[in-house]
Design a protein around this ligand. Structure first.
Ligand code: ADP
Length: 466
């Protein structure tokens, strides 16, 4: 493995997690070992001390009957245990040896004056001596009560060998278990992160342009699957937004092309075919009209974008919605009469809402304009206003052509026009704008309709108190 590969491997999350797990694991394994080891060591020492006390007490007891008895006791014990393994001596208060077992193997073990002075009949003194001896030894100073002290010593070589084997065994076990734990942790982390890798791969594929790619979601439904689902949902949404954006820009280009072509055609015809100033005036007038329509279209687009982005500048004030509805109806009455459509008003005296009068009027005007536009001659449009809880509801009901179920989900989209409505003037922005403005007020527009059965649009606005 090259150095670059090694360092990029060391930066991987799988490696870093496995590394940290292994460290924590090793720490706890060592701590456990240390507790066991310390307990084992003190248990061994306790046993050794108990083992020393028995002959020391025996010697002290024998000494009360005289020195020969003590000598016999010492010989009995050393015969049974072995002179290499145990030393028994009677010391005077100044440390002089009064009686002793065979101390050939214990030449290097001196007398600890301090321990000698501290030893009391009820408080024996233990110490571990390792300096100068071939093997460390445990030494006991046991006061006889006659001003003498029994010194008893055993070699610790067996205990030390046992502890060494214990350390070696545990050390090897910890090393193997830590290594295995590290490998297992690395494999488990890698397995868990494999799904994250899949998300990364998909993101890379998408960034190269393949917006249709999706992250595979497994039936395990774990955290990563939920992440993958959320990621896929986000992609669906982005794709829809992009599609809408593309459609809007296509539609906009299309809407702009027709009037510009007409303006250009009119200008060209006048330039090449007429010297008459009246023709030039008429060409200028139609150019102004077309330009006004174009500006209207562009401004409406901007108004929708502002309202949808929540940056529209509203001038909210408390207003009587009943009066606003009446004003809009009056405004459209001449248009309705031209088409022999009757406008009926079912409006109470007062209905207070807080909002931007001009924007609310504009929204309602779009609904009423459509209702008249898509009504048959001799039809009727009923505009009613009522209150429901904290909401004021304006309903615009017509007896017109109605909307097909196929068109229904799209009528609020920008530039959407049903095939049947193409004979009527319009640009497909009216409903988008109406809804965006009402939503900017915290309200909404809903619709119920069936082909041939007319349509009812309901504009809901929060009341002033709400
Ligand atoms: P436009 O009226 O300029 O086409 P709108 O955004 O106002 O654009 O309406 C979108 C489409 O919704 C219309 O083209 C028409 O198909 C349908 N529509 C809206 N209002 C009505 C209505 N009252 N009756 C029937 N169809 C309607």
């Amino acid at each position: 493995m090259s150095f670059a590969k090694l360092s990029s491997f060391r930066r991987t999350l799988a490696f870093r997690l496995a590394y940290r797990h292994t460290l924590v694991f090793a720490f706890f394994a060592l701590a456990t070992f240390w507790i066991f080891y310390a307990a084992r060591r003190s248990m061994l020492q306790y046993k050794t001390d108990a083992y020393l006390l028995a002959p020391a007490r025996g010697c002290a007891r024998s000494y009360t009957q005289g020195l020969p008895e003590l000598q016999t006791e010492i010989e009995t014990v050393t015969d049974a245990v072995g002179t290499h393994d145990i030393l028994l001596r009677l010391l005077a208060a100044d440390g002089q040896v009064v009686a002793s077992s065979d101390d050939t193997a214990w030449k290097e073990l001196g007398v600890d004056r301090n321990a000698l002075a501290r030893a009391q009949p009820a408080a024996p003194v233990f110490s571990t001596v390792s300096s100068g001896l071939q093997n460390p030894a445990r030494v006991l100073y046991y006061a006889t009560g006659e001003g003498h002290v029994v010194q008893a010593a055993v070699t610790l070589s067996d205990d030390l060998r046992l502890l060494k084997e214990f350390r070696l065994l545990f050390g090897m076990a910890i090393a193997v278990v830590t290594l295995l734990g590290g490998v297992m942790s690395w494999l488990a982390t890698r397995h868990a992160l494999a799904k994250v890798e899949a998300v990364t791969r998909t993101a890379t594929v998408i960034s190269s342009g393949a917006l249709d790619s999706r992250v595979p979601v497994t039936p395990a439904a774990d955290e990563i699957d939920r992440l993958a689902s959320a990621f896929n949902q986000m992609l669906d949404r982005i794709q829809t937004l992009l599609r809408n954006l593309r459609e809007i820009s296509d539609n906009l280009a299309h809407e702009l092309r027709s009037p510009i072509t007409r303006i250009r055609g009119g200008a060209e015809t006048t330039l090449t075919g007429s010297e008459d100033i009246a023709d030039y005036k008429s060409m200028a007038a139609s150019t102004v009209e077309e330009c006004d329509q174009l500006l209207g279209l562009i401004n409406t687009m901007l108004d929708i974008s502002e309202a949808e982005a929540g940056v529209v500048k509203l001038k909210p004030a408390e207003l009587n919605l009943a009066k606003t509805v009446g004003d809009v109806c009056d405004l459209f009455r001449p248009v309705a009469e031209d088409k022999a459509v009757v406008i009926r008003e079912e409006v109470p005296e007062v209905c207070r809402v807080r909002g931007d009068r001009e924007k609310i009027q504009r929204s309602l005007a779009n609904l009423l304009d459509n209702a008249i536009k898509y009504s048959h001659p001799k039809g009727s449009v009923t505009v009613s206003l009522r209150e429901e809880g904290t909401t004021a509801l304006i309903s615009v009901k017509d007896t017109g052509s109605g909307i097909s179920p196929q068109d229904m989900p799209h009528i609020f989209e920008r530039f959407y026009r049903s095939d049947t409505s193409r004979s009527e003037p319009g640009n497909g922005l009216g409903l988008s704008l109406a809804r965006a403005l009402v939503r900017a007020h915290g309200g909404d527009i809903s619709v119920e309709s069936a082909p041939g059965a007319g349509s009812t649009f309901v504009l809901a606005l929060p009341k002033a108190s709400a």
